[in-house]
Every structure is written in structure tokens, then in C-alpha cells.
Design a protein around this ligand. Structure first.
Ligand SMILES: Nc1ncnc2c1ncn2[C@@H]1O[C@H](COP(=O)(O)OP(=O)(O)OP(=O)(O)O)[C@@H](O)[C@H]1O
Ligand SMILES: [Mg+2]
Length: 339
């Protein structure tokens, strides 16, 4: 895959995440490359189990501690005019300084990162004091402002409430406030609004977009909802079985999907790009494609999608495909499906 931008906030190069088990190793992320520019949203889509969350957790160095992981490649993070750092080589202490400050993540389930025995205001204020070195009073004021920015009604009262006293939508707003309060350069949002109803989802996504515009933050946005991709992302990367198989501008990929997997996912969309505007704000779930993903224990010798591909040819089952296309839109496929 070709790419130029050296001023990207995040540049992921040949990221490979392997789960090491007694019975052998599972290659769950198989050498992926992408980048996210300042102020840009890159959507990461793909069926369940394709490795989206593991990609996010690998970047954040937050892979489950109860398992043995091996992460190879580079996760290059550019923090303003600081020198670029490879997050995979930082110490845990250096990573802790970055997390929640310059690099933040919103998890699929808000309760996983909210502390149930601390008020939501205290939690945000603590993060601000820790990362920005503010005193108690200024930290509290900043935390309150963050709750107001995510449009939590009666924020000064909510400040003193515990997570369980808030609705799911409010908790999600608290998480967004917490992740954005230190104005991170990079935000990774893993299905941040899936659990919410459509109206609240739209409000929160618009709000994140506004905050993003104000701060120039880069965002990696993981979602199953193609309507959300159409409305909120500039570019999209499609993941299949631990690989990115297609990547490009949302318009390019939706109008003219190149990889048979993406073509299958998008088959449900009428007139695709022409209808792109109609997709916005609607929940458009990814379609299921019949068949099984390949075994993750073996090293790939051929196209990983070949067993499920309706355009499969002999070469697809014997040779690894190479990237074809341009910087704006490319796919990992032996064939060219340009419309
Ligand atoms: N802690 C773990 N231990 C063992 N296997 C894991 C672990 N976490 C993830 N996996 C496996 O890695 C693969 C990728 O998982 P991942 O959570 O990244 O998928 P995903 O694309 O985020 O899916 P979803 O859309 O359902 O959230 C899956 O096969 C999953 O079973
Ligand atoms: Mg996931």
C-alpha cells in the first residue's frame, strides 16, 4: 500500500499481533499498515473477530494481561512538534504518561474504564490533575467544563454522581469527556456509540466531530455502522481476518469497492455513493458473507478471502495478493474490479 504523509499523527507499519499459547500461536493481526492525519477520522470496519479491537489495543499497549502477546512492527505517533515515537518500544511508564493525555481511547463498554466508587467529576478531575499538573480547584473546574462540553444536562450536579447513577448515554458522554479533556492528539474510539439509541448516537458523534475540529485531533473510529462511516469519516480501512484488505476515501470505497470482501459488505447499499448522503444518520449494519474466516494458526500462503470469494481464480488459492491501486484507494487483491 502506498502512502506518503510523514506528518501523520499515527502511522502504523506492518503491525502484527500474535497470541502465544501452549498449543501454538494465533496470528490475529497479520501485518497491517495505515495512517491517520491530524484532524482526520479513519474508520476501521470489518466483520466480528476480524481484529479491529486487537488493533486498537495493540496501539494503546492495552492487550489483556492474562494472555501472552507478541506485537511486532511500528506504531509511530507524532505529538505536535515532538519527535515521532514508536509506541511499541516505550516503557510502560512512558506509555502511562501518554495514555489519557496525548493518546486516548473510548472503549466498547464504558463501565470497563469508569471507576464505580468514584464520582464521575472526580475521575475526570483526577486525570486532568495527573496529566496537566493542575491544582485541585483548577482541575475540578476543567472537569466540569468537560462535562458541559459533552452536553450533560445539570453538569454541576452530575459531577458528584457515581457511574451507576447515570444512564448508558450519560456514561458514554462521561467517557468521551474523560478521553477528550486533556485534548489528545489521537483518539481511538472502539464502537463508542453502539449501545446507544440512534438519536443519542447522532448527538454524540456530532459532538465528537465538533470537538475534533476544535482541537485537530486525529481519530481512529471502529464501527459496524456504514451510515456512521459515511457521515463521520473521511477515509475507511476494511479489515478481514487480521489484515486490512482495502483502504481509501469513503467516497472511493463506497462508490467503487475493489476487494470482493468489501463488495460483499456493501452489496446491500442501493446505488452506493449516489445514495451516500441518504445513509447518513441511518444505522446500516455490515452484511454477513457466507463461509468461514481462515485459520489464524497458519502463515498465509494465498489470499485469505479466497475460500469465500465469489470471484476466486486459481491464482488466488496459490499466491499472496499484492496491493493494487493508488494512495487514495487501494485493495489487496489479484484482480482489478474498477467499475
Ligand atoms: N484476550 C483474547 N484471548 C484470545 N483470543 C482473543 C482475545 N482477544 C481477542 N481474541 C481473538 O482475536 C480475534 C480478533 O478479535 P477482536 O476483538 O479484535 O475482533 P473485532 O474485530 O474487534 O470484533 P468485534 O466486531 O466483534 O468487536 C477474535 O478471533 C478473538 O476471538
Ligand atoms: Mg471489537
Amino acid at each position: 500500500m502506498k502512502s506518503a504523509a510523514s506528518s501523520a499523527t499515527l502511522m502504523v507499519r506492518n503491525l502484527q499481533t500474535t497470541l502465544v499459547q501452549k498449543s501454538g500461536q494465533l496470528n490475529l493481526v497479520r501485518g497491517i499498515d495505515f495512517e491517520v492525519m491530524p484532524g482526520e477520522t479513519l474508520a476501521l470496519v470489518g466483520e466480528s473477530g476480524s481484529g479491529k479491537s486487537l488493533t486498537a489495543l495493540s496501539i494503546m499497549r492495552l492487550l489483556a494481561r492474562n494472555a501472552q502477546w507478541n506485537c511486532q512492527g511500528e506504531v509511530l505517533f507524532q505529538n505536535g512538534n515532538q519527535p515521532t515515537e514508536n509506541l511499541l518500544t516505550l516503557t510502560e511508564q512512558e506509555m502511562r504518561k501518554l495514555r489519557g493525555h496525548q493518546v486516548a481511547m473510548i472503549f466498547q463498554e464504558p463501565m470497563t474504564c469508569l471507576n464505580p466508587v468514584m464520582t464521575v467529576g472526580q475521575q475526570i478531575a483526577e486525570s486532568v490533575r495527573l496529566h496537566l499538573g493542575l491544582d485541585h480547584q483548577t482541575g475540578n473546574a476543567r472537569a466540569l467544563r468537560a462535562l458541559e462540553q459533552v452536553e450533560i444536562p445539570a453538569a454541576s450536579q452530575r459531577f458528584h454522581q457515581y457511574p451507576h447513577q447515570l444512564s448508558g448515554g450519560m456514561r458514554q458522554r462521561v467517557m468521551i469527556a474523560m478521553s477528550m479533556v486533556c485534548e489528545p492528539r489521537l483518539l481511538i474510539a472502539d464502537e463508542p456509540t453502539t449501545a446507544l439509541d440512534v438519536t443519542i448516537q447522532a448527538q454524540i458523534l456530532n459532538l465528537m466531530g465538533r470537538l475534533q475540529k476544535d482541537t485537530g485531533m486525529a481519530m481512529l473510529f471502529i464501527t459496524h455502522n456504514l451510515g456512521v462511516v459515511a457521515h463521520h469519516a473521511a477515509r475507511v480501512a476494511v479489515m478481514y481476518a487480521g489484515q486490512i484488505v482495502e483502504q481509501g476515501t469513503v467516497h472511493g470505497v463506497f462508490a467503487n469497492p475493489q476487494h470482493p470482501y468489501t463488495r460483499g459488505l456493501l452489496a446491500c447499499l442501493p446505488g452506493r455513493a449516489r445514495q451516500l448522503s441518504k445513509l447518513t444518520g441511518q444505522a446500516v449494519a455490515l452484511q454477513d458473507i457466507p463461509g468461514q474466516a481462515p485459520s489464524m494458526t497458519e502463515t498465509l500462503q494465498a489470499c485469505s478471502f479466497a475460500p469465500r470469494c465469489n470471484a476466486c481464480q486459481k491464482v488466488c488459492t496459490s499466491t499472496l495478493p499484492e496491493w493494487r491501486g493508488t494512495t487514495n484507494h487501494s485493495a489487496l487483491c489479484h484482480f482489478d474490479f474498477t467499475a
